[in-house]
Design a protein around this ligand. Sequence first.
Ligand code: PRP
Length: 219
Amino acid sequence: MDGERKIKIALTKGRIEKEAVKIFERAGVDCSEVINKGRKLIFHNMESNIDFVLVKAPDVLTYVEHGVVDVGIVGKDTLLEQDKNFYEVLDLGFGKCKFSLAGLKNSDFYSGYNRKKIATKYPNVARSYFRKLGQDVEIIKIEGSVELAPILGLADAIVDIVETGSTLKENGLVVYKDICSISARMVVNMASMKMKKEEIEKIINKVQVQINEMEKAAR
Ligand code: PRP
């Protein structure tokens, strides 16, 4: 432990934080303060020389890119949406869901020649999907409850995250096309990867061992 440099880790608040904490605990990092956090947002763990900070998903990469934290735990959806610099080092295997194109059950998205309107919280992901298809669409940015957009007639379809599919189903929407799979990832600041190589590799390896064990147990 002596001489080891401190590693700051940004966790995405909420579901990802809870799953990540389980893995860190299994890897021998005491996360009891994070588990019983109240409204606290920053946690110093003297024993393992790790600090955890809790932030919203889009802010994880901002902190990582600026180097004020060394490591981030965040969904692949955020990585795909944001144009930031970082190393993506691990697929953590939880937070599994997908990006899909979806819309009203009885509407034929693929018919007609009109320029389609797409509502989404992820404009860059949607733009890049349709650009690859060579289809010119209008992207409308929505902050949440995107499923409402086709129902209210704001858009012809949505690009959104589908996990269980129940939000789509309960609102009369169906998947038209799956775009890509998503799961939680570990990312590392580019300078930290060089300057704190030993400490960061140790964390990556510890977490990788736990992911392998959990995957083996789930089989
Ligand atoms: C996400 C997503 C869908 C829903 C999908 O929304 O945008 O609405 O989860 O999950 P399901 O397939 O299991 O139903 P979130 O809960 O993040 O809230 P939001 O709609 O306010 O973004």
